[in-house]
Design a protein around this ligand. Sequence first.
Ligand SMILES: *[C@@H]1O[C@H](CO)[C@@H](O)[C@H](O)[C@H]1NC(C)=O
Ligand SMILES: *[C@@H]1O[C@H](CO)[C@@H](O)[C@H](O)[C@H]1NC(C)=O
Ligand SMILES: *[C@@H]1O[C@H](CO)[C@@H](O)[C@H](O)[C@H]1NC(C)=O
Length: 643
Amino acid sequence: MKYSASVGALFAAATGQLVAAQQAQGPQLVSGTLRIYGDDAYPVPYRKHQPVDVPRVRYPGFKPSTTILKKGSIRSEGSKVLPCDILMERDVAVKLRDGITMYTDVFRPVDNKTAVPGLIAWGPYGKQVGGQHLDDVPGRSGVPKAAVSDLQKFEAPDPAYWVCQGYAILNPDSRGSYWSEGNQTSYGRQMAEDGYDYVEWAAKQAWSNGKLAFSGNSYLAISQWFIAAEAPPHLAAIAPWEGFMDGYREASRRGGSAIPGFGEEISQTYAGKNYLQDQVRSQLDEGGKGLMTPYWDEQRARVEKIKIPAYIVASYTSPIHAHGSFEGFRRISTPKEHKWLRAHNSGEWPDYYDPAHVEDLRKFFDHYLKNIDNGWEKTPRVRYAVLDPGGKDTVDRVDVDWPVASVQNKKLYLKDDKTLSETNPPSATNVSYTIDSKAAGSVELVYKVPTDTELVGYSKVRLHVEAVGSNDMELTVAISKRDAQNKPIGEFLPFGTIAAAGLLRVSHRALDPARSTELEPYLLHTKEELLEPGKIYAVDIALWPIALRFRAGEHIVLSIAATSIGGVSTRGMFGTAKIKVPTEGETYMPGEQVKTVTLGGMDAIPAWVEAQAVKAPASRNKGTHVIHFGGQYDSYVIMPLKA
Ligand SMILES: *[C@@H]1O[C@H](CO)[C@@H](O)[C@H](O)[C@H]1NC(C)=O
Ligand SMILES: *[C@@H]1O[C@H](CO)[C@@H](O)[C@H](O)[C@H]1NC(C)=O
Ligand SMILES: *[C@@H]1O[C@H](CO)[C@@H](O)[C@H](O)[C@H]1NC(C)=O
């Protein structure tokens, strides 16, 4: 097997041992157990973890040390220059309640005359470099290289900014990731308890002022919902920047269909010495029906238990995070006067590192972690963007709550000339599409908007559907915008499609009557009801929230399509970029000749690691999808519109 000699040498130097044993390992799909609420040994699948010396996971080695990173030094050419001296403690051991030791890096002010608050970036992505990096993403997703120092974890706060503002930055490798002991697990109780123990450990450190918070986006935001719900006493605030809160409904099995491509791609960026709890395999439920289980039930964060101040950031276009970010804001029990929501119009990375947003976040943290009277509490409760493809987006429109109250629900019914109509056509008819070899097919209906309007909030699509040639259907419905000539306008942006979308596997159509509302049907996922030939079924499909402007003459488009399951890749974009880091000293003066090691690249992935990947599931779409409407079949979309 080809392993980069430089990484191998680094290991030998750092630990006195090569991880030869790991190189010899083969594929292992095993069953194990997991702590979930109410069951200390719930059965779940595991896979052998990807070894930490595989180049793409970019591990610079285990190296407990304390270093002063000098003001004016850099981590890599072109990255942000450190504006002050920073004390870095690397690979500090933290013992968890079950005896497992995890390792963390701590960045803090060198001058420690005053105790400081700490910001925690919780996740398994690798506390240094890691398997995911902005350089892997085309155009760094709009984050300039000089905007960050490269000391930050992926999707995490930059020590070069925060330490110089009087904060400690805490970067743990969570349980089972990289050199941390134990098995890497997915969200839920185990992570909540680990996070609790870590917060309380941090609060006891000599440098700590006893106030801790979390910051970061995506995984580093999702983890906040779970850990804050465990209520560690020294956790003073959270700031989840785009993170789902329900692993089943919002990510792994949205609408009931398993779409494992993204989950597998992320799993392939993880590394550790033991086992990885196989979340993707659980999601597939191979041979099963993919129904709700106690495991999946606790992959929904118990956000109602969160009572601490929160600054929550959302977008409408993230296909994984959009719903959960808003839902977190709505469902946490934090008093209204201590929680804030900002829904932006760009992407999670550029929004998180935008200097204006960093300053905004500092104001929030200064207020709650340093007791600084800086007027933060006067920040509007809700600020949201209105997307206007083809026009100019509005950003930071102020409101008092989400969803906003100043809307009126409008129903538009399916009509036989592929339009949407304000009245239900009197006689029953249908449209249909056949499923092609790629299991795709779709139909579109349009509505010419008579006056300027905005769709702001949650929409629902009610359809009467029939499958000809299959006992199930997997549907994706969406509302988007077309111009006055009914041509697409900017529907695809770098940060996702501008559309409000909803998914449903029709056999999972049963609703929870207690939680469903007119605009937000809530699926139970407790039984599979396959479709009988010749029968027509009424289904309600919840669309994720959006704020989208339509000008008079432009078109609202309702599309109904067969869900495309997509493939599974073991070689996504993450891990591709080669990142050079200094072998000694962590940073160096610009121009200084230092020894470096280059981490990354897609060569030398052990074949057995790829062999452990799941296969894409078969689509349940075949034959013809018939959508009935008119007469007794009131098929429609209902949308909250703002004049
Ligand atoms: C990790 O998982 C494996 C496989 O289920 C199990 O044998 C082992 O005991 C687990 N280790 C820990 C520390 O939980
Ligand atoms: C400052 O550092 C010294 C030496 O590590 C330690 O003894 C002391 O408690 C620290 N003080 C604060 C406020 O962090
Ligand atoms: C769909 O509509 C067409 C035209 O009205 C009708 O002939 C056909 O029977 C309908 N199909 C179904 C499956 O109801």
